[in-house]
Unconditional design. Structure first.
Length: 372
């Protein structure tokens, strides 16, 4: 439904001409006059535009595809594959064959020439360290950052206004503040649904998500000290210790899952390490689960009294008036090192292009640096 509404928005921005006209813009370059770029073998190929699996990414990259075609006069295509998280774009543009794989070594980078050249609305801020490490390991094919989209994203753990109002009216408990979840002093669980109300088949399996990402789970174990929440692997790395391969229980409710508050995220594990570290560091009785797909995640957040990951700008849950939880003041140094127990900061959202776009279509690269 949401994606259909965004498609309609694009058509409206085009004056509804997309319903039967070749062009959105009155003075747009027709397809017959557009230019191809060439791959390393000299074959004609379109400029590839990469999108990720959230609404703003689809909308802005779809608009970019249209403008590259009708304003810049190049053939372009919006790739049907979609990135699962903010890191996907800086693996996809260099041509990594498996840009969403949880293990960097298995992404198969540098094997073939990239067919993806542009990604706007790229939420790389939360993955700055990973991006820096990749770019140092693959300097020849690393993507180029053309600067900010002109806005910063905000990512955090959120709670709906209805839950906030209910708790405050009942006991004066402010559930938008992290200390209110410490079970030594409060009983926040009574304002939320049980995790046992959630169909397990609607959750991703931990071994197919960032719950099994050795880097992220290694950092979680190292900085939280919660080695009971992870499982040691033969090679010395760690993966999350999940129940039924679906839920990860925080220490505060690990011995009694009926006291866990459901905490939903999705994708490969949007903001997963931070959600886990916040839960552990501040004694929050959460059970973290990854909704199986974007649509299911929306349903989980809308249909269950639960905590959830969210970001803004985004309109998905605007009618619920959710509020972000306030955590300890953000430490940029700690986050850069991989320690994510302090609060998040506005996430850098960038315009990325492939390393070879300048050589293949320099005008497009220069234009893209100015337009958003």
């Amino acid at each position: 439904m949401l994606r259909a509404m965004l498609r309609l928005a694009v058509l409206l921005l085009c004056g509804l001409k997309g319903l039967g006209s070749e062009l959105c813009l009155d003075d747009g370059v027709p397809e017959s006059q557009r230019t191809y770029i060439q791959d390393e073998a000299g074959n004609d190929i379109p400029i590839g535009v990469f999108q990720s699996n959230w609404a703003s990414s689809w909308l802005l990259n779809k608009l970019t595809e249209m403008l590259v075609q009708e304003v810049m006069g190049y053939h372009a295509t919006l790739d049907t594959r979609m990135g699962a998280n903010g890191a996907s774009c800086f693996y996809a543009l260099p041509g990594c064959l498996d840009f969403d794989n949880k293990i960097v070594a298995e992404k198969q980078c540098g094997i073939t020439e990239t067919t993806l050249h542009i990604s706007v609305d790229s939420w790389v801020g939360s993955y700055a360290s990973a991006m820096d490490q990749f770019n140092k390991a693959y300097p020849r094919i690393a993507s180029e950052d053309l600067g900010s989209m002109g806005y910063a994203g905000e990512e955090s753990m959120y709670v709906s206004q209805a839950i906030l109002n209910s708790a405050y009216a009942d006991s004066g408990l402010a559930l938008d503040f992290y200390k209110s979840y410490n079970t030594t002093h409060h009983n926040p669980r009574k304002y939320f649904d049980s995790i046992h109300d959630v169909d397990l088949l609607e959750l991703e399996m931990c071994n197919e998500t960032d719950m099994s990402n050795p880097s992220r789970m290694g950092d979680y174990a190292k900085y939280s000290g919660d080695y009971d929440g992870v499982v040691s692997q033969p090679d010395g790395t760690y993966i999350a210790k999940c129940t039924n391969n679906r839920w990860w229980y925080a220490p505060a409710c690990r011995q009694n899952s009926s006291q866990c508050i459901p905490l939903f995220t999705s994708g490969n594990g949007w903001k997963l390490q931070a959600l886990m570290q916040w839960s552990t560091a501040y004694g929050m009785p959460t059970a973290v689960g990854l909704s199986k797909g974007y649509g299911t995640w929306i349903q989980h957040v809308q249909n269950h009294r639960a905590l959830h990951y969210w970001w803004v700008p985004d309109s998905t849950f605007i009618d619920m008036l959710p509020e972000p939880l306030t955590f300890a003041r953000h430490s940029a140094t700690e986050w850069w090192d991989g320690d994510k127990k302090t609060g998040a900061k506005g996430s850098y959202v960038s315009k990325l292009v492939s390393h070879n776009l300048q050589a293949k279509a320099g005008r497009v690269r220069e234009w893209l640096g100015r337009i958003w």
